[in-house]
Design a protein around this ligand. Structure first.
Ligand code: NI
Length: 186
């Protein structure tokens, strides 16, 4: 089922999410399926629970749509991150353009660390402790930020923030055009 994506200005996007207990979450598989379906429908490569209105510590990533000859490893990179916690960030800061399904039509350069280590459980509740770098580290950090109520526009330069402020203010008031199902504040 395709869920509406919550848009900038929705209070849930600013909530810090909480770890889930799978035994208290009988519809976990259904949620994961719906999150992937919602993400594919909107042409995204990542989606976090707050973007569908939930305060659970879950996000999904599928990099296969951006796989290339240069990056064949993205082809099989479909992951569910449950109760995710980044335990290390290192490497050079890199400035790369990002977008977000909750902030349609805005793309800005965002500084992020080049390498991370993350602990999480997959959809079978198997624990993982993995290191990522490059684009994978970037997408994971973007989605992970959603779990802490942070958005990429919080991290852009003050000048660029001023340049897009009118658009953001419009979004907060429900002024947004996009071709997937959304839920604005009004
Ligand atoms: Ni996002």
């Amino acid at each position: 089922m395709i869920l509406p994506i919550y848009i900038y200005g929705q209070p849930v996007l600013r909530k810090v999410t909480e770890d889930i207990e799978p035994e208290n979450y009988p519809k976990l598989n259904e949620l994961i399926d719906n999150m992937f379906e919602t993400m594919y429908h909107a042409d995204g490569v990542g989606l976090a629970a707050p973007q569908v209105g939930l305060t659970d510590r879950i996000f999904v990533v599928d990099l296969s749509p951006v796989a290339s000859e240069e990056h064949p490893e993205f082809r099989d990179f479909k992951r569910v991150f449950i109760n995710a916690h980044i335990t290390e960030r290192s490497g050079e800061m890199e400035l790369i353009e990002e977008g977000c399904l909750s902030i349609p039509g805005i793309h800005e350069k965002v500084p992020r660390e080049g390498e991370i280590r993350i602990e999480y459980f997959d959809e079978h509740m198997q624990p993982h402790n993995e290191r990522y770098s490059g684009y994978m580290a970037r997408v994971i950090q973007h989605e992970y930020d959603h779990l802490d109520g942070k958005l990429f526009v919080d991290k852009i330069s003050p000048l660029r923030k001023r340049m897009i402020q009118n658009k953001l203010t419009g979004m907060e008031k429900g002024k947004v055009v996009c071709d997937y199902k959304i839920r604005t504040v009004r």
